[in-house]
Design a protein around this ligand. Sequence first.
Ligand code: HAM
Length: 439
Amino acid sequence: MAQFQSLPGFREFYPDALARRNHIFRLWRQTAGAYGFQEYDAPVLEPLDLYKTKSGDEIESQLFSFTDKGGREVALRPEMTPTVCRLVGEKANALKRPIKWFSIAEFYRYERMQKGRGRCFFQLNADIFGEAGVEAETELIALLIQCFGAFGLTAEDFYVRLSDRNLWFYYLEALGLDEPRSRAVLSAVDRHEKMGDDAFKDYTDQFGALDSGLKTKVLAFLQIKSLATLEAAVSSIPGEKLGARLADWRKLLGNLTAMSLGKFVEVDLGVVRGLAYYTGFVFEAFDRKGELRALAGGGRYDSLIGKLGYNDMPAVGFGMGDMTFGLLLEQRGLTPTVTQPTDVYVVIGGEAERQAAFADIQSLRSDGYRVDYPLKDLAFGKQFKAAGESGAKLALVYGGEELAKGVVRIRDLAARTEMEVPRDQVSVVVRDFFSGGAE
Ligand code: HAM
């Protein structure tokens, strides 16, 4: 038995799995590019302090952290948001706004392992900096939706739940709660879907039981699932904040409807997001069947850059993981077989012919074709079998007889046709074949 297993929750990518992963990254990258986002990258290992208090208790408790040989407290990145804030904060004056950036990177969290959740995973992160209005949310939610659409997933497969921490704060303030109490209620709301009423235990421990009238209101508010219900719920509350916020809601939902994306988005005040830094609209993507954990999550975080010691800058973004996303593609039968086939397989008679074949093999490879050949002498039958298995369209036969005549036999493996081609014509014939000339 193997002595060295990979660590629990860490993934190994055999070629077919890596081909699937690359396919996902390729379409995410292409989609982010179509929205005008620029790609960046950053370190995997960061100072531990970057995540302490910034990301929130849950992520902090899941950190892979240690002291390095220089005595520094460091952590493997559990998310990109604090890092990208540092990148933007450092160069804030030099960067043209709005800053639209994305990355595809690996993250590490010591989580309890379950379907769709591991201890290392990839995320597409897309963020917009420097735009305080809902235009930024519009752009990001549209991009998020297209990152699913690019794979053929539709509104029947997934949806985005949209909520708003500002609205919650204004509402709780109107109910008479101060900020610490409001934060505690929001963390209960965050856990309510999973834990039911037990979610309020922390609040009770800290501040005593939530007044029952208040609790009823909170529970009713978190069940709001439409703009109309939301408008009705806040209509009787005095003050301008809630009214102004509803105008933002109408604008954002109006923008998304104008983009024909309305069917993907649902108002859902039950979502508040666990991460500590969110300040405004928040959203999460889920599969329609409700079988999988969250597919993506994001929101506005206008004060995080300031908290890192730079000048404040408005920011919105999301992270979309590759694990639940891969499961969704699989469930819907949309996982492509994407291992790259060989173009040309070279069948070689023996050692002398091998030397002759090498020149053509190298020149075809330089032309960009995927070319393979047996590393050791093999019977012709076995070589043709390998050619078929490699997915090659053409087999080039370098036998003693052919070379004596100064030709190479080229076999079209699908059409089962063959022709003899002078050696110096091989690359022209191969090129014609692949550009459709010989079909
Ligand atoms: P998050 O909700 O922690 O947000 O993660 C976003 C997505 O990453 C999740 O919806 C899920 O797809 C994936 N994910 C998270 N943890 C795991 C895990 N243990 N295993 C597999 N997949 C996982 C953030 O990370 C924010 N930083 C996103 C963001 C970017 N907000 C603004 N900009």
